[in-house]
Write a protein that binds this ligand. Structure first.
Ligand SMILES: [Cu+2]
Length: 197
């Protein structure tokens, strides 16, 4: 009598257990697929807008592809024969979170060729900043007495190195200058404007 009452309950428990297990494996399968999809793209896993910039020996900021919010005009050919698009400005929304990921493409030693990306205040003069930076070799060419003019900056990246910085675009609209502060790179054209609008 007891056995016949327990048997259906046992079956039911077993059925629930099996379905729970198979359901679990379905979930983990989905998770695996999602992980693979994320890894195969260059986008970061979070939803921060990421801009991949390359610094080349010709002392220019370039990108691989034209982006919707990237001010790009001419094509730049490197000495190695690679073709890139010159990056002259970046459009941003007020308060937008942005990640700049900068890679230096160079065979030269880092003392001779490194790049960084420095975003300055709207009213800052990038030429003055670049001049001051040449004397700040002991601080990765960031003049410490002008830190109040910096909104965000990456570290220096030598050949094949990638550095990044995530920052929030200013709420105030306008043109914010950015530059590479390695000596002579600003005057060679390693500069641009973050256009907040
Ligand atoms: Cu540079």
């Amino acid at each position: 009598m007891i056995k016949t009452k327990l048997y259906p309950i046992l079956l039911l428990t077993l059925a629930l257990f099996v379905s729970a297990c198979s359901g679990g494996s379905d979930d983990s399968q989905t998770e695996n697929n999602e992980t693979q999809a994320t890894e195969s793209t260059t986008e970061a896993s979070d939803d921060v807008r990421t801009i991949d910039i390359i610094g080349i020996d010709k002392m220019k900021f370039v990108v691989k592809e034209e982006g919707e919010m990237l001010g790009t005009a001419s094509t730049v050919e490197t000495a190695q024969g690679d073709s890139y698009i010159l990056l002259e400005s970046i459009d941003a929304k007020p308060g937008e979170k942005i990640r700049i990921r900068l890679t230096t493409k160079s065979q030269l030693p880092p003392q001779a060729m490194s790049h960084n990306w420095v975003l300055l205040n709207k009213n800052a003069d990038p030429a003055t900043f670049a001049n001051a930076a040449t004397g700040a070799s002991d601080n990765d060419y960031i003049p410490s007495d002008m830190s109040d003019q910096i909104i965000a900056h990456t570290a220096m990246a030598g050949g094949d190195e990638t550095v990044e910085v995530t920052f929030t675009a200013p709420e105030e609209t306008g043109d914010y200058p950015y530059l590479c502060s390695f000596p002579a790179h600003f005057s060679a054209g390693m500069k641009g404007v973050l256009n907040v609008q």
